[in-house]
Design a protein around this ligand. Structure first.
Ligand SMILES: [Zn+2]
Ligand SMILES: [Zn+2]
Length: 344
């Protein structure tokens, strides 16, 4: 089968499409024929940044996928072969303290597709059958692919922040995940959404996705100094944006850090945290139940993401797509690889 493999070290890392054997599903696992697989900012880090490393190389990248169940390994039978499924990207152990507390996304022994085990920029992928969520018929496969990470991660972050009616929410960084977060926050009934991004085109897409106000980080700092946000969702992953998100909270507000990067948090004085009961929490990925909820919301129109998909490429062009994501040329949303496009 064809697969996009990340190989090499440092500056000599390459992402190249080659031929490898179709994997064999083990006990409890399923073989899935991949239809679509989204390119995530994490893929840019794995290909271009030394601080982000996959568990081994060569490794098949790709962790935002939808496909058709091909067949099962021993002991698995559900969902039935032929079912169109979104693939939850985190394989949890099911028995650690976090898994027992229903927080499988931070499982102590978790394996993420395309990071700790082979991913979905390939004709086939093997995953535990428990990671497969059937896709409603009315939902487009491109959206069902990016729902697994870009949308479900935003949904989980909004939940972590307690987003809901009556809440004033600031979304910092309106790229691949933050833009979807604006739509999620709208769907969850927030009373006001302030989208923050230095890029004018990102701001206009955020407004078209449901933001009431879209402004630059400088203008946001000014605006939030007058009246802070109840919830700040931070997707930019820079130390500056995280600090600004925390400083832009109202008394009792909560900042949710989602964007990961090499920086550290400087959120202001201890007094501001203590006397104003400000909270800062991290948010990673999503649960399988949250993915199912996101798919249902997208399918029935409660969640509208008009700019979620930027472009669709063939597997042969995946390295090109990763570079486009790095360069910020997203055309508004995710670049999705159509695995069957251009296949022999
Ligand atoms: Zn991702
Ligand atoms: Zn676990």
């Amino acid at each position: 089968m064809r697969a996009a493999l990340l190989s090499g070290e440092g500056d000599s890392r390459t992402l190249v499409v080659g031929e490898i054997d179709v994997p064999e599903p083990g006990p409890g696992e399923a073989l899935v024929r991949v239809l679509m697989s989204g390119i995530c900012g994490s893929d840019v880090h794995f290909v271009h940044h030394d601080w982000a490393r996959t568990a081994f190389r060569p490794i098949v990248l790709g962790h935002e996928a939808v496909g058709l169940v091909e067949r099962h390994g021993p002991g698995a039978s559900d969902p039935a072969p032929g079912t169109r499924v979104s693939i939850h990207p985190v394989v949890a152990c099911g028995s650690c303290a976090c898994c027992n507390a229903a927080r499988t996304q931070i499982c102590a022994h978790r394996q993420v597709l395309g990071m700790d085990r082979h991913g979905a920029f390939a004709d086939f992928i093997v995953v535990p059958a428990a990671n497969l969520v059937p896709v409603p018929d009315s939902l487009d496969s491109t959206l069902a692919a990016i729902a697994t990470d870009a949308v479900a991660t935003a949904f989980h972050a909004a939940r972590r922040g307690g987003v809901g009616p009556g809440r004033r929410v600031a979304v910092w960084g309106c790229g691949g995940l933050g833009l979807q977060a604006v739509g999620v926050v709208r769907a969850l009934g927030a009373s006001e959404i302030i989208a923050v991004d230095p890029r004018p085109d990102a701001r206009s897409r955020a407004q078209e996705t449901g933001a009431d106000v879209a402004c630059s980080p400088e203008d946001a700092a000014e605006l939030l100094r007058l009246e802070g946000a109840d919830v700040a969702l931070e997707f930019a992953g820079t130390a500056e944006a995280a600090a600004a998100a925390v400083r832009g909270l109202t008394d009792g507000g909560r900042a949710v850090l989602v964007g990961a990067g090499p920086g550290a948090l400087d959120g202001g004085s201890l007094t501001a945290f203590v006397m104003r009961e400000r909270e800062v929490v991290g948010s990673y990925g999503s649960s399988i139940d949250e993915l199912a909820e996101v798919l249902a919301m997208l399918a029935d129109g409660r969640l509208r993401l008009p700019h979620a998909i930027g472009d669709v490429l063939a597997l042969e062009d995946v390295a090109l797509g990763v570079d486009r994501v790095r360069d910020g040329a997203l055309d508004g949303g995710r670049i999705v690889v159509d695995i069957e496009k251009g296949s022999p």
